[in-house]
Design a protein around this ligand. Structure first.
Ligand SMILES: NC(=O)c1ccc[n+]([C@@H]2O[C@H](COP(=O)([O-])OP(=O)(O)OC[C@H]3O[C@@H](n4cnc5c(N)ncnc54)[C@H](OP(=O)(O)O)[C@@H]3O)[C@@H](O)[C@H]2O)c1
Length: 288
């Protein structure tokens, strides 16, 4: 049996869309009622030990979707509890959704690298999917640019090899299909083109027929905006460090196993961004 955690989340949901025709798939979520896939669903919350005791029973392979929302100690405790419970249940192989190697300086890297190390020292086979940053993360900036004619951000002249979330789900599904082939392997999964602010501004301009200027701002300006925006405290260093890493040229590597795993080129990140813009524009006109 293959068990997929985080099944009500975006990535887990997309993985389940791809594998739910198999008879041996079970989904796990903190909120089973929100899971869309037509498969049996169990309640697993890494923060709630009572759901872990039996949650992994009968699973041979687990896709452990990282539960990275919180301070490092919270995320590490969650992942530790989940891995221990899976090991106690006799799970033979854990596939983990981690972070690209070029993201080592990101604030989110610590908990991912801790989890990788824990898996490698553990009893089960492992596969580490080192996911790049989602192309979808650029959609809010692109929408703001479409609305204002200015694309602002503190990424300077830096570029990011972002990747469609749907391609990361497809890669995870490939590993779950034949887990033995992927035992104890690390896969780098980033996009095949690195994009900067000016590239996104040009694409938004082409998609909307407007002039869009890319205007870099300082990291301190972003931090001040975040402080007053209501995002949780732990999220601020994560967002700031993402832009700082792009600006410093640490996230532009396009070295990736994605094409090899998918058997095709990844979906261009600009497609993901401009397609979302199209639906936003259509929605806006629909409301006019
Ligand atoms: N590569 C990137 O750019 C990027 C960006 C943001 C986040 N991430 C990481 O990738 C993960 C998956 O991304 P996503 O797009 O699916 O995010 P998402 O849609 O926000 O989903 C968050 C996921 O975390 C799970 N989760 C949270 N707390 C949990 C807990 N206590 N126990 C068990 N599961 C818990 C949720 O599962 P249920 O709701 O089903 O319980 C859900 O799958 C995130 O959790 C985060 O660690 C990566």
């Amino acid at each position: 049996m293959i068990l997929v955690t985080g099944a009500a989340g975006s990535l887990g949901g997309l993985v389940l869309q791809r594998i739910s025709r198999r008879a041996d798939v079970v989904a796990a979520s903190r909120t089973p009622e929100l899971v869309q896939a037509e498969v049996p669903v169990r309640r697993i919350d890494f923060d709630d030990p009572s759901t872990l005791a039996k949650g992994f029973a009968g699973a041979h392979v687990v896709l452990l979707v990282s539960a990275g929302y919180g301070e490092d100690d919270e995320v590490i405790a969650r992942h530790q509890a989940a891995i221990e419970a899976a090991e106690r249940a006799g799970v033979g192989h854990i596939v983990y959704t981690s972070l690209t190697g070029s993201g080592d300086h990101l604030a989110t890297a610590l908990a991912h690298r801790w989890t990788e190390r824990r898996l490698m020292a553990g009893r089960a086979y492992w596969t580490v999917l080192r996911n790049g940053l989602y192309a979808e993360l650029s959609i809010p900036d692109a929408r703001h640019a479409a609305a204002t004619g200015r694309l602002t951000g503190p990424q300077g002249a830096g570029k990011l090899a972002s990747v469609a979330r749907e391609d990361l789900a497809a890669a995870a599904a490939v590993t779950l299909d034949r887990p033995a082939v992927h035992r104890n392997k690390i896969y780098e999964l980033v996009g095949d083109t690195a994009l900067g602010g000016a590239d996104i501004a040009r694409a938004v301009a082409a998609a909307t027929g407007q002039q869009i200027a890319y205007e870099p701002i300082a990291l301190s300006e972003l931090r001040s905006e975040l402080r007053t925006s209501g995002v949780p405290d732990w999220q601020i260093p994560m967002v700031v460090s993402a832009y700082a890493n792009i600006a410093a040229g640490f996230l532009n590597s396009t070295e990736s196993h994605l094409t090899e795993l998918l058997g095709r080129a990844p979906r261009p990140a600009l497609d993901v961004i401009t397609a979302a813009l199209g639906s936003y524009e259509a929605g806006r006109h629909g409301h006019d």
